[in-house]
Design a protein. Structure first.
Length: 215
């Protein structure tokens, strides 16, 4: 009986190690990096704290670079996908929007990033954005469509809008004013909290996928 108990404890510890060993990389721009906020109040630290509060022992690495485009993300993906990375949160495209970059180019870059993640057997949560209408309906349609279509093509998890936790509030205008920094582009710490709460369940799905693959 003593030997059986020891074996059971060893097996439980081994199972727990898989869950506890999940490491995610958040590849993104200033929204991911935590622009304008104290380090502990940025997206990645708040997300990691939220995940741990749900019982998931997960480490989230900040691979966000302010000003980065999808092209910049593509240039960094090779050394982001180190052997320790079990899952990838891919949240790029905001600076492509600000610069009016052709959505076809953004799509090609995201497709290439996802292809490298596929080759590394790293599951991905693809986080989209909603394009404004000032570039015209064709631009908006192409930009908005690339995220769900790429997620489907690569069997990636999909979260429709990084700012969903704010944009879905009843009075969007008032909410954006209340939860954004003075620049009107980057969320405040309180805004990040709402963003994390909205996105968190999808990140937990990513953790489960990573665990199922034995990462």
């Amino acid at each position: 009986m003593g030997a059986s108990l020891v074996l059971a404890l060893v097996l439980c510890a081994a199972a727990g190690t898989v869950r506890a060993g999940v490491t995610l990389a958040a590849l993104g721009d200033s929204l991911t990096q935590g622009y304008g906020l104290p380090q502990e109040e940025g997206f990645v630290p708040q997300l990691e704290a939220w995940l741990k509060a749900q019982g998931a022992e997960v480490t989230v690495l900040n691979a966000g670079v302010s000003g980065d485009t999808t092209a910049g993300g593509l240039s960094r993906i090779g050394w982001t996908l180190t052997p320790e990375i079990d899952g990838l949160i891919l949240a790029l495209g905001g600076n492509d929007l600000l610069r009016g970059i052709d959505p076809a180019a953004s799509r090609a870059n995201l497709d290439a990033i996802l292809t490298q993640a596929d080759a590394a057997d790293v599951p991905v949560l693809l986080v989209g954005l909603d394009a404004p209408g000032n570039y015209g309906p064709e631009f908006k349609a192409a930009f908005d469509a690339m995220y769900p279509e790429l997620a489907k093509a690569h069997d990636a998890l999909y979260f429709p809008n990084f700012l969903k936790g704010l944009s879905d509030l009843p009075d969007r205008g008032a909410a954006m004013a209340r939860y954004m920094q003075d620049d009107g582009i980057h969320p405040s710490a309180a805004g990040v909290k709402l963003i994390v709460e909205a996105m968190g369940p999808s990140v937990l799905e990513l953790v489960d996928r990573a665990g199922a693959k034995g990462h």
